[in-house]
Write a protein that binds this ligand. Structure first.
Ligand code: FE2
Length: 317
């Protein structure tokens, strides 16, 4: 459970080695506890990550540069299609980069299966990314800035209330990756969801037009037209992502804590509920998983549940 410091709920950083060494639970019990803590907003840290690529592959990654970093925030690999985006180097380098990211994705899947077994049969393996750009002083438009506290929401990949689990690995050999974290989504939503316009999305969810659009999308999908219809939940989460970044009072005066992720470490977190910002760091790998609501052990802590309780209506199909 996120730690309470001076009446404020801080995000706890759990050292996985400590937990596994405790030996208090059998492995099934331990995996359940891991999932519960993760869903409550804790961050799992592996100081000596088993996900680090071999040395020669890291040396290769340090030389990789992405295409226009204002357009592509990262280099992305889509495991389900075995496809790379955001890189325009030579064909030989693209092939090698694809192999390195594919191997990273497979290692991350094995690790998460071991640590969070209750999710393993149900999750969807989403994008893998490589982040070669120094985050300190990076120039990006406000909504794309990584150095402002935010929760994650994917505009092009609606989750319909399923959760976003991410595994980050700092492959930088000498420098930590430095984050800020804030109080959990539950705290932020109770404080700011109304001001961010939650009731408009609740109204949309109840409108006949919304149900008609969903029916048309399903019909299009059934005849092979790949339309995607984000739920009112997805649309609100995306708006809330922007709202938090633009809210100066929240950014400047809200409680926040600095976390340093050392060279060679990995950390695992539900980024749809843990506000985070990247202050500095260069060279990180990341693997995203979508964990369905049906797999959750603490469904009350899912952002969709918190929002539906606040507005009194269902925001997803
Ligand atoms: Fe993020």
């Amino acid at each position: 459970m996120a730690a309470v410091i001076g009446g404020i709920q801080a995000i706890a950083l759990i050292d996985v080695q400590d937990l596994t060494a405790a030996g208090r639970f059998d492995s099934q019990e331990r995996a359940l506890r891991h999932c519960e803590r993760l869903e409550n907003g804790d961050i799992f840290l592996l100081k000596q990550s088993p996900l680090l690529p071999p040395e020669r592959e890291c040396a290769f990654l340090f030389k990789v540069r992405q295409t226009d970093s204002r357009y592509h925030k990262n280099i992305a690999y889509r495991p389900s299609q075995d496809r790379l985006t955001g890189f325009s180097g030579s064909g030989t380098d693209a092939g090698r980069l694809q192999r390195v990211l594919r191997a990273h994705s497979q290692r991350a899947q094995q690790l998460v299966t071991k640590l969070f077994a209750p999710y393993a049969q149900l999750w969807q393996c989403d994008l893998t990314s490589f982040r070669p750009v120094e985050e300190g002083g990076r120039q990006l438009p406000l909504k794309a800035r990584n150095d402002l506290l935010h929760i994650d929401s994917f505009p092009t990949r609606p989750t319909n209330g399923n959760r976003i689990l991410r595994v980050f690995t700092n492959i930088n050999p000498t420098r930590s990756r430095v984050w800020l974290t804030g109080e959990t989504f539950e705290v932020q939503a109770k404080r700011m969801a109304t001001a961010a316009g939650l009731s408009d999305f609740a109204t949309q969810a109840c409108s006949p037009w919304h149900h008609l659009r969903r029916r048309l999308t399903r019909m299009a999908n059934s005849i092979g037209i790949p339309l995607r219809e984000g739920s009112p939940y997805d649309r609100f989460m995306h708006k809330f992502h922007h709202y938090l970044k633009a809210n100066r009072d929240f950014q400047e005066h809200g409680p926040k804590w600095q976390c340093e992720f050392p060279p060679g470490s990995s950390w695992i977190v539900f980024t749809d509920a843990v506000p985070h910002a990247v202050l500095s760091g260069q060279f990180a790998l990341e693997q995203t998983f979508i964990v369905p609501r049906a797999a959750l052990l603490v469904p009350d802590k899912a952002p969709v549940h918190i929002l539906e309780e606040l507005c009194g209506t269902s925001l997803t199909p």
